[in-house]
Every structure is written in C-alpha cells, then in structure tokens.
Design a protein around this ligand. Structure first.
Ligand SMILES: [Zn+2]
Ligand SMILES: [Zn+2]
Length: 270
C-alpha cells in the first residue's frame, strides 16, 4: 500500500494537511499519519496489522504538541462528551481501548477533569473485519486511521472547513444543507453511534450493492442551522441522522425540512 494514497484520502476527508509515512517495525508495515492544523503538528496515529488477525492503532501527541494538549485540557464538556461517547461506541464494536493520560489509565470522570500533559491510546480490533473474505489493506488501514484521527480531533478546536458547494452542484436539496452536515468529525461521531443504514427507511447500501456500498450514507442535520444560534454545539448523536440520498432529498422537499418522524409517517401512509 502506498502511503501517498492514505495521505490523499485523509486530507480530502478531513480538509486538513496530513503527514503520512510508512515504516517497517518488527516485520509489520506501519502507517504513521499526523494531522496538522494551522501549522501546528497535532498527534500521530500508527496503524498496523499484527499477526494477520488484529489491527492495532497507537495514538500519541507529536513532539511539540503542547498547544494541542492545552486545548484538550480546556475542551468544553460537549467535546469531552463526544470523545467519551466515541470511545464507548468503539468498545461496542469489538475494539479494545487502552487510554493513558499522564502515564496512567484513566476513567471517564478523569477524562473530563484532569489536565492532559501527555497521553497514549491504543485501539486493538480482533478480528480485522467481520467478513471471512480477504481484507483490503488500504480499506482497513484508511478506515481505522480515520476513526482514530476523528477520536482525537473531536477534542480540538479545528478551524471551520471551507464550504464545498462546488462538489454538490446538481443536487438541489444539498444546497440548503449546512456545513455541519459536512463536518467530517460530527459525521463520524454520528455514524459511530448510528451506523450506516438509513435512519428513515432502513436502506443498507452494502446489503444491496456489496462492497462498493460499504460505509456509503448521507448525514442529515435534523434542525437546520438557521434555526439555532451560531454558538450552538452540535450533539452528533441527537442532531444528526444517517439517511439514504432518496430520504435525504425528501426531507428537504420543504424548508425547514421534514422531521425524520414525519417522513417515516409519510412512508407508512403511502
Ligand atoms: Zn432512506
Ligand atoms: Zn440534510
């Protein structure tokens, strides 16, 4: 696998610069991915397959990451709640989580309270995938690296994404979607909890389209941002919902959009 592919994937997904390199450690091909934000190096995710049965991710701060650690320590309750919820959703997906802060294991309460001077996190997933088919290395490494990056980015004040209207042209309903629907971090937090089936009609792209449909879904913002204040902090579990493009289009047939329950009723009646 070429590390340039992983770099391109992560940069496009998060709209952030990434440094990605590959090294051989104890016979394992290890992929090191580090996001940076406005010139600050943040943390590093090391991802590798061990003994062909487990994927391991180790996350630790970059060397000059004092500013990042201060930001984590100052993160508000919403950010820390997102982090804890994300950790719990990983645990429910057979990921074992080992998180140390300041050199020792830490519980949820301490995650909220303590000053982070350092951290180390190891995520291990056995088996590598749920299917018996041979796995695709890029698919596995890129997906789990993305999750690990998201886990720690959700603690940080990452600068707002550029609005990417261009790529959405031609889909009338998407024009009214706001940046929150396109925030990759909120998207991952929502999907970690709710999965990739349509929250309205139950459509599952992978079941119908096979591997090309894996992890394909839109994410919709239930209450449009125009109706909430600019300082409102999104709750990715409550405010966002995975929807198929058909249901997404139908939600936006009026403005403000239909509520998910309303559309479910409409489907039930027709
Ligand atoms: Zn649907
Ligand atoms: Zn939407």
């Amino acid at each position: 696998m070429v590390s340039a592919d992983l770099q391109k994937y992560l940069q496009e997904y998060f709209s952030l610069p990434f440094d990605v390199r590959k090294e051989l450690h104890e016979g394992n091909e290890c992929y090191f991915s580090s996001p940076s934000n406005e010139g600050n190096m943040l943390f590093e995710v090391k991802a590798y397959i061990q003994n062909e049965i487990r994927i391991v991710l180790e996350i630790k701060p970059q060397i000059h990451a004092r500013a990042m650690l201060e930001s984590i320590s100052r993160a508000d309750d919403g950010k820390k709640t997102n982090f804890i919820n994300f950790l719990n959703s990983l645990k429910s997906k057979r990921v074992s989580v080992h998180l140390q802060v300041n050199g020792r294991p830490i519980n949820d309460e301490e995650i909220r309270e303590c000053t982070w001077n350092n951290f180390y996190c190891r995520l291990t997933r056995v088996p590598i995938t749920d299917s018996n088919e041979p796995f695709d290395l890029f698919d596995v490494i890129s997906e789990w690296t993305k999750q690990a990056v998201c886990l720690f980015l959700c603690l940080l004040p990452v600068s707002d994404q550029e609005e990417k209207i261009g790529e959405l042209e031609g889909s009338q309903y998407l024009v009214v979607c706001n940046k929150y629907e396109r925030s990759p971090i909120n998207r991952e937090l929502c999907l970690a909890k709710k999965g990739y089936t349509c929250g309205i009609c139950g459509f599952d792209f992978e079941r119908t389209y096979g591997s090309i449909g894996r992890r394909f879904i839109h994410v919709h913002h239930i209450i449009p941002v125009s109706m909430i204040g600019p300082n409102y902090q999104i709750n990715p579990e409550k405010d966002l919902i995975p929807v198929c493009p058909n249901c997404h289009a139908m939600l936006h047939r009026k403005n403000p959009p239909y509520l998910p329950e309303e559309l479910k009723d409409i489907i039930g009646e027709s």
